[in-house]
Design a protein. Structure first.
Length: 365
């Protein structure tokens, strides 16, 4: 066995094995050098990209970028290193982070830079992606950078089955068009979440309402989509659409209790001399929580016509109803507190407690 081993291990085989090992080592060293060199080149490109982008953004923010021609060389240099997807996404993200904190001329300059760097095509590729998160990012980029000419791409997604996609598309349209963009409510099939309704109202605060709501409120208040009715009621409330009083009254008979509740809230802000009586008319058919809401509303907008109604509710078997009826009575009538005091003396301790409670409230206020 030892003889066979010594026969195999000859000077020639040792030399061959040494050459093979050295060759492998050389290949590994070459491979490591290439990796390090490539990493260095990537670092240099990223540094160059970061510097150029940051310098342009800084010029916009501090207001030194007033002459486009003077900075054209920087744009050209930046374009030369934007041939890779990652580099383009880096610049888009940097510009997006900046523009969200700007307004006026500075914001317009960032939008101009986005266009000059031909970054719109990247956003369009994203919006056509099948992945919801990439599609959403594309939508956000298009409206963030003021791409009004791409509004049709946003409209395609306002009723998407994906909640996040349709939310951003809706916000984007309002961001670009203001109140005119609300026409997507005409054909919306999916519900608007509470959060989305708040976001829409937040976006509208940055725009001027020039009658667009008045042209559309009637049909939205009759929409088959309950969430559209809800936001239409909020529009009527916030933007003081007094001439839609009758349309809002119609919502008091809606099958959805949330809509009836919101209609009462809206009526408080656009009330006229008939509103309180209309609330009394629906009172007996309502659920408990809305009965309480009606009593609260009458406390704010009531008049002498509700005196008998409030006296009746003061005798209700439910103590909560008694309390809110008592509050409305004292708020609407000068004799309200006296009536409570007399009931407290003549009847039982419940009225006496209500009287003392409301008297304390009145002192605190």
């Amino acid at each position: 066995m030892q003889y066979v081993f010594l026969k195999i291990i000859t000077p020639a085989t040792i030399n061959t094995a040494t050459i093979i090992l050295l060759s492998l080592l050389l290949i590994l060293l070459l491979f490591a050098f290439l990796i390090l060199n490539n990493s260095k080149q990537i670092f240099i490109r990223k540094k160059k990209l970061s510097t150029l982008t940051e310098n342009l953004i800084a010029g916009i923010v501090i207001g030194t970028w007033d002459n486009w021609e003077e900075d054209n060389s920087s744009i050209i240099r930046l374009k030369k290193i934007l041939h890779k997807k990652d580099a383009r996404n880096y610049v888009i993200n940097q510009l997006e982070a900046t523009i969200n904190n700007l307004s006026g001329a500075a914001k317009q300059k960032v939008q101009l830079l986005y266009n000059q760097l031909n970054l719109k095509q990247d956003s369009l590729k994203k919006i056509h992606s099948r992945k919801w998160n990439i599609k959403t990012k594309g939508i956000i980029e298009l409206y963030t950078f003021g791409q009004t000419d791409m509004i049709h791409e946003l409209y395609k997604n306002v009723d998407s089955h994906n909640e996040i996609i349709r939310m951003e598309a809706q916000i984007g349209i309002i961001n670009l068009l203001g109140f005119k963009g609300l026409n997507f409510l005409d054909s919306l099939t999916y519900p608007l979440t509470e959060w989305q309704q708040l976001k829409i109202l937040e976006q509208l605060a940055a725009h001027t309402e020039d009658g667009q709501l008045s042209d559309n409120l009637s049909k939205w208040l009759l929409s088959a989509n309950d969430s559209v009715v809800l936001i239409a009621l909020r529009f009527a409330e916030i933007f003081q659409k007094l001439h839609f009083h009758n349309e809002v009254l119609h919502c008091l008979t809606h099958t959805n209790a949330r809509i009836r509740s919101q209609a009462i809230e809206t009526l408080l802000h656009i009330a006229n001399e008939t509103t309180a009586n209309e609330l009394v008319n629906i009172y007996n058919e309502e659920i408990f929580s809305i009965k309480i809401q009606i009593l609260k509303a009458i406390s704010a907008i009531g008049n002498k016509d509700q005196f008998d109604f409030l006296l009746t509710q003061l005798s209700n078997e439910n103590d909560m109803i008694k309390l809110y009826a008592a509050r409305a009575l004292t708020h609407c009538f000068k004799t309200g507190l006296t009536i409570l005091e007399e009931k407290g003396k003549a009847l039982n301790t419940v009225y006496e407690k209500i009287y003392l409670h409301i008297k304390k409230e009145m002192l605190l206020n």
